[in-house]
Design a protein around this ligand. Sequence first.
Ligand code: ADP
Length: 489
Amino acid sequence: MHIIHIATEFAPYAKVGGLGDVVQGLAAEQANLGHSVEVILPKYSWINKDLLPDLELTTPSFFSWEDSNKANALYSTSIGKTKLHFIEPVDNKYFDRTRIYGYPDDIQRLAYFSRASLDYLLLKKTPVDILHIHDWHSSLVAPLYKEIFAQKGLLVKGILLTLHNLSYQGICDPKLLLPIGFRKNSPYLKKMKQSFFSSSVNILKGGIDFSDKVIAVSPTYAKEIFSKQDSCGLQKTLEKNHSKISGILNGIETEYWNPLLDPHLSQNYSSKDPLTQIISAKSHNKNTLQQKLALSQNPRPLVSCITRLVPQKGPELIKSALARTLELGGQFVLLGSSQDPATELEFRLLAKEYADNPHVACILEYDEPLSHLIYAASDFIVIPSRFEPCGLTQMISLNYGTLPIARKVGGLADTVHDCDDENIPQNKRNGYTFQTYSDEALFSALDRALNDWCTDKEKIHKLMKIGMKENFSWKHSAEVYISQYKELL
Ligand code: ADP
């Protein structure tokens, strides 16, 4: 099968959160299954070329929409069996910025990218079996294909949209989409209207309406999005498209997230090692982390949180978890990257408040290598999300022998199973969960976790063993995606 992903992130070269991990992991596994897989990405000017030594200029100049002079260059390389293509606009600076998102012209930037991706595919003239688009960022590809490219002869057998996060939608004035080729009276633009009374269009809505299949990133999220609260205003659109929506749990790249091979750890370990060896390696990593972050080195339980700092991730409860962990005699490490100025300010103040506390470290940036060491060094990872489409941090931490303390929503509910819940088989229990979004509910899980750490090491070790043996690899999910593609062919 010839599969083309069109996306804005690809780990580790261009990553803000889980989207980058998912596109990379899914594409790699599909290629391992024997399919021809290509990923089209914007060529961000800051991409570390040292990590992509074989990146080559393969198409010096191709034009987006023939009656304009919008030339693009295309750079290509292969990572394993996956082909990557990076589109660089020649006469605009849309991707010559310091970040991936967060600019007033994000709509124009990503609309341009969607159009240029289709132009490139048309130029290439190779028939495409599946165009796989991701979130609102590349959702315009679906209506744009129908408006322009099907007629131009670009052969695509099916379009599949993955919903990584419904809360980002790309709402804008339709005028902003005219420059990429939509007609003023386009029926597709009309259908993308935010609501009957609104003059705005909603790009994600267009992706949902005009894709042939829509996949949410976990089975629970695929159900939750039909509720008023979690549909983020798209309830009607989702209901109308009910029959083409389903959920597939994300995987993780188990080669990359592997404590045995991870170059960022001070001591490697594996689920196959004897327990004493795992404990000793984790404690070595904990010492390294404590030294690195100037934390006191007393034996205390270490609770961490690795997250984007946005309202979705439960900032109020992250703060409460920090304070409660200290009350209970633990240490807390927060690695939080911000995209939201208000939340960032809150956490800058928090970091200041605890600056001299030897049991707290707040690192308010994106730091991939440090995240690996934290996964290995911690005893617990707290994930108190308001909603969580899938979540990867719980799966990574489980494979690193670190127990999640997670709110039972979305993909967290599908992957974290409470150790004290007698309705769950013993061999599936792997962490601590809570239901309600409140301090009390969070503490009911956090207190149990820290109490078990102090009084029942045997229980903790058993949970660690279960988590480390769980298989979150992409293999199964990639196969399910392929079976969904096959339905479209
Ligand atoms: P989301 O996609 O909503 O951000 P996920 O749990 O799906 O959340 O994925 C988060 C990914 O981003 C994980 O790989 C996690 O390790 C990584 N990550 C999140 N914040 C940071 C950070 N501040 N520094 C390094 N990695 C981070």
